[in-house]
Design a protein around this ligand. Structure first.
Ligand SMILES: Cc1cc2nc3c(=O)[nH]c(=O)nc-3n(C[C@H](O)[C@H](O)[C@H](O)COP(=O)(O)OP(=O)(O)OC[C@H]3O[C@@H](n4cnc5c(N)ncnc54)[C@H](O)[C@@H]3O)c2cc1C
Length: 401
């Protein structure tokens, strides 16, 4: 059997995990990242059980455990009184139920965990891909420095503004979702008196919400506020330093816990949020998309990164199984992954409405409905969490073999 070489565009969560998963299956792979160094925005990220299951398989379990936190549960709370409205278990209950832990981490630390598996070779930094080409025999990518690199398959893991996607399917811009994210990291000692618990706290209010949890082995408290806005930002994407006063103004009238967390934040970042309608196709012959390049989604289910990790693992399995038929291997991957991620994209949009509705009757109905599942000892996993966190990439691969 001829030995395949895979090229990966983009060194984000999806791109790096692709390299790790392909190498594990003995496939040669080379990654190209435009930045001069691997990096991730300073903020928290939930690593849900479905994603953690894969990172464990890739041998990163211990490294992840050392830096991450292991929340006991998720509390859904009211924006004004801070009342617990709903509770879903995490911690040992989730680990036993889904077969893998649910973590929360600082993004830089998650990146370090991934890079610990990557080592010092197999990637080129400072390598911006300008174009990709293919014929019956293989693929090539051209960097902005003019150099050309050849392989058998190309994976476009180059994020929401993907060059590969634009070239394959046209330059249609992502959709501004009408939401802006505020992100802050607070030294844990500054919020210790708030007794926030070892929980993922979801605070739901009209037109805005906040999700907050400990990261960095409990040393830092992370919060992500999302608020609706009528003004679309001038540029398609931006990630800028925000002002604490503006964040406080955004959460004016909210309970003192939230206002204290924001006031104690040394620095906030502000980011416009985009997504897309599910794409009908991710593949053109030997080139395929994954992660945000294929299915960007709102962060309400904390799943964009997790879905990139699932993609990477399933794709590596398909490529390894179909080395003599690369086009069919990529088609199998798309068939396995597109329906799940399209479902997720829709779910994340619906969750935006659930968390941030401004309609008084809808808020009352939501709260009444939620109150039925708020006792930690008896709380159950809702059906969408069963489907999300219970996903087992290995089983899905076997089923489709
Ligand atoms: C506020 C917020 C909170 C979130 N919270 C969570 C969470 O808790 N859990 C979770 O799982 N997900 C979360 N996400 C989603 C998650 O961050 C993304 O889905 C994930 O980072 C996507 O990974 P990716 O590798 O597909 O793309 P990216 O992380 O965007 O990586 C793409 C890479 O490609 C590179 N690149 C781009 N163009 C080129 C080019 N032409 N040539 C070479 N390189 C290129 C970029 O520099 C980048 O390194 C959140 C997102 C937001 C906005």
């Amino acid at each position: 059997m001829a030995k395949l070489k895979v090229l990966v565009a983009g060194g984000g969560i999806g791109g790096i995990t692709s390299v790790l998963a392909l190498r594990k299956r003995g496939i040669e792979v080379q990654l190209f990242e435009q930045a001069a160094a691997f990096g991730m925005v300073g903020a928290g990220i939930q690593v849900s059980s479905n994603a953690a299951k894969i990172l464990l398989k890739l041998g990163l379990g211990q490294a992840l455990k050392e830096v991450a936190t292991y929340p006991d549960g998720r509390d859904y709370r009211g924006w004004d009184t801070a009342e617990r409205l709903y509770y879903t278990p995490l911690g040992q209950k989730a680990e036993a139920h889904f077969g893998s832990p649910y973590y929360a981490a600082h993004r830089a630390e998650l990146l370090d965990v991934l890079l610990s598996g990557l080592g010092q070779h197999g990637f080129k930094l400072g390598s911006r891909i300008e174009r990709v080409d293919q014929d019956d025999n293989g693929v090539s990518l051209t960097l902005t420095d003019g150099s050309k690199h050849h392989g058998d398959i190309l994976i476009g893991g180059d994020g929401i503004h993907s060059t590969v996607r634009a070239q394959l399917f046209g330059k249609e811009l992502p959709r501004f979702t009408g939401n802006v994210a505020w992100r802050g990291l607070v030294p844990a000692e500054r919020v210790a008196h708030l007794n926030l618990g070892n929980l993922v706290n979801v605070w739901m209010g009209p037109n805005r919400s906040i999700v907050s949890y400990y990261v960095s082995a409990g040393k830092i408290y992370n919060w992500i506020g999302i608020s609706r806005t009528k003004t679309e930002p001038a540029r398609e994407s931006w990630l800028a330093e925000g002002k604490i006063e503006d964040a406080l103004a955004e959460y004016h009238g909210w309970n003192p816990i939230i206002r204290t967390i924001i006031s104690e934040t040394p620095r906030v970042l502000k980011q416009a949020l985009y997504d897309r309608e599910p794409l009908p196709e991710w593949q053109v012959n030997r080139i395929v998309l994954l992660g945000d390049a294929a299915h960007p989604m709102l962060p309400f289910y904390a799943q964009g990164g997790a879905q990139s990790i699932e993609d990477a693992y399933v794709l590596a399995g398909c490529i390894a199984d179909g080395q003599d038929k690369p086009i069919e291997a990529l088609a199998r991957f798309v068939k396995l992954r597109l329906p799940r991620t399209a479902w997720m994209q829709g779910l994340a949009r619906r969750e935006e409405e659930l968390y941030q509705t401004n309609d008084e009757a809808a808020i009352k109905a939501r709260n009444e409905r939620m109150r039925s599942n708020r006792i930690p000892e008896t709380a159950t996993f809702p059906p969408e969490q069963e489907r999300l966190y219970g996903y087992n990439a290995e089983v899905e691969l076997k089923k489709s073999a």
